[in-house]
Design a protein around this ligand. Structure first.
Ligand code: SF4
Ligand code: SF4
Length: 275
């Protein structure tokens, strides 16, 4: 099967699996990032985190993304968003596992990566990195650009999308990099972060204070309503805002929230978690 036909077949498989976002990044993009990428980094991904370091036979990384439904993340922090987060993660794992087996059965040995590669928040507090970054993989597959809060912004869903990856031995043409910096620098994520983990100084995108963010997550987990989700809720980027009729992000300002939304969010937050 030619490279192009295989790529078409993988895209068809993703459609069957109801996966709206899929991107392809040859592994050499980790070593030689394309010039047209929208963000520049002072420190690039260390070599031990590259796909070819983790699975030396890997030739291409396939990145898949599933949306986080906006009206649910609007209730965050809540048990509702907590459950959605787990559901999306489990769906990503299952779909990536299926795609990797599909490719292996076609003669291209492939492995999936777990959506969340850490055992507990305590582990993140000691070492706030996982062994592979799906956000960077999505970036190198041309799916979006980094935002101020270090999320990956996509045209379709802004930051309200979760990714995982598949390492395959198949050599597949990479997707074009659109090169568009989607972050408007509106500072909504900076202004709404409850622990000042989002920074605005220095080169863009400045590193987020991962420890403060993980500590917040730890507190919320004790209350059965982690993760936080606030920076992805308030970001104005994403076509999904039109789908849900939520183009006006001022609804997240304390004194501007329409009664119908305040009542809904407060109701959900009142049940099923400790606060
Ligand atoms: S997840 Fe919450 S704590 Fe972490 S950066 Fe976003 S708003 Fe701040
Ligand atoms: S909320 Fe504004 S500043 Fe933050 S990532 Fe989104 S567009 Fe960028």
């Amino acid at each position: 099967m030619t490279n192009k036909n295989l790529k078409k077949e993988i895209i068809r498989k993703c459609r069957e699996l109801q996966i709206p976002l899929v991107g392809f990044a040859p592994v050499d993009r980790w070593e030689n990032p394309p010039e047209e990428l929208p963000n520049k980094f002072n420190e690039w991904i260390p070599e031990e985190f590259w796909p070819q370091s983790i699975f030396p036979e890997a030739k291409t990384v396939i990145v898949i993304g599933l949306p986080v439904q906006l009206p649910i993340v609007e209730t965050a922090p809540s048990i509702y968003y907590h459950e959605l987060y787990n559901t999306v993660n489990a769906a990503l794992d299952a779909k990536a596992y299926e795609i990797s087996n599909f490719l292996t059965s076609k003669g291209y040995p492939s492995i999936y990566l777990p959506r969340d590669g850490y055992g507990d928040i305590e582990v993140l507090l000691e070492k706030p990195l996982t062994f592979f970054s799906h956000r960077h993989a999505a970036y190198l597959a041309g799916l979006g650009s980094f935002g101020l809060s270090n999320v990956l912004l996509t045209l379709e869903y802004g930051p309200r999308v979760r990714f995982t990856s598949i390492f395959t031995t198949a050599e597949i043409e990479g997707d074009p990099i659109k090169g568009e910096d989607l972050c408007t620098r509106c500072l909504a994520c900076y202004n709404h972060c409850p622990v000042n983990a989002v920074k605005r100084e220095g080169e863009f995108p400045p590193p987020v204070d991962k420890i403060s963010c993980a500590l917040r997550s730890k507190e919320l987990r004790k209350e059965c309503r982690s993760p936080c989700g606030i920076c992805i809720k308030v970001c104005p980027v994403g076509e999904d805002r039109k789908v849900w009729g939520r183009e006006d992000v001022s609804i997240y300002d304390e004194n501007k929230t329409p009664h119908k939304y305040r009542r809904a969010w407060e109701h959900v937050r009142r049940y099923g978690s400790k606060k």
